[in-house]
Ligand binder design. Structure first.
Ligand code: ARG
Length: 231
């Protein structure tokens, strides 16, 4: 007798905005989605006994996709905020982050967030960087679909600074942007990333939390962390 199980029963559909290295980005050769978040969600899926399928989408589309039931979970370097927590359930925090600013390598006038008053800032749409940048006095904030586009705009002189997550800025400077750009000043705040699921899906949130606990206990989380961030 054939199994009556639908083929997709053991699949966890996960949404992510996949141009956010080192958390989620595309391997140039294999085209696979790789990064800290990708390894983490795969490990979570393994713990839960489900197959993880990642769907790439705009960052500002992730919460609507959860609300519509088009995806089961979102992992995307997504900061746990009160506002978002009204719409979705977050797992326990899995990574400590914060916002920092990037300017051109030869800029010696912008040294910290307070120097950004009246300046032009590039951010990724729908992010905490976007909402914090908008709070600065007299700024002109330009919103891009992803962080790499914001960095391109900085390079071409269209903006004075990029406000974005510190570990992503650090990775960008280390990998690609080092000769063009630099991080200045202290981080603006501290933030924590969580995996989001639909508001009503408390059961899935609990399962994810359990899996995270287990990965922290068995050393797998540590392994993934060291792989992407070193010691
Ligand atoms: N941590 C920031 C936020 O939650 C930015 C996240 C952007 N993530 C991404 N995959 N593009 O708003």
């Amino acid at each position: 007798q054939q199994s009556a199980k639908p083929a997709d029963q053991k699949v966890l559909k996960v949404g992510s905005e996949t141009t956010f290295a080192p958390f989620e980005f595309q391997d140039e050769k294999t085209k696979d989605y790789i990064g800290f978040d990708m390894d983490l969600i795969k490990a979570v899926g393994k713990q839960m006994g489900v197959e993880v399928q990642v769907q790439s989408m705009g960052f500002d589309g992730l919460i609507p996709a959860l609300e519509a039931g088009n995806i089961d979970a979102a992992i995307s370097g997504m900061t746990i905020t009160d506002e978002r927590a009204k719409k979705v359930n977050f797992s326990k925090p899995y990574y400590k982050s914060g916002l920092s600013m990037v300017v051109k390598a030869d800029n010696n006038t912008l040294k910290s967030f307070k120097d950004l008053e009246g300046k032009r800032i590039a951010v990724q749409i729908g992010t905490t960087g976007a909402s914090e940048a908008k709070k600065i006095k007299d700024v002109k904030v330009r919103e891009f679909n992803n962080a790499p586009e914001a960095f391109i705009e900085l390079n071409s002189g269209g903006v004075d600074a990029v406000v974005n997550d510190l570990p992503v800025n650090e990775y960008y400077i280390a990998q690609a942007g080092g000769k063009d750009a630099k991080i200045v000043g202290e981080p603006l705040n501290s933030e924590e990333y969580g995996i989001a699921v639909a508001k009503k899906n408390t059961e899935l949130a609990e399962k994810i939390n359990k899996a995270i606990d287990e990965l922290k206990k068995n050393g797998e989380y540590e392994k993934i962390y060291v792989k992407w961030f070193g010691k």
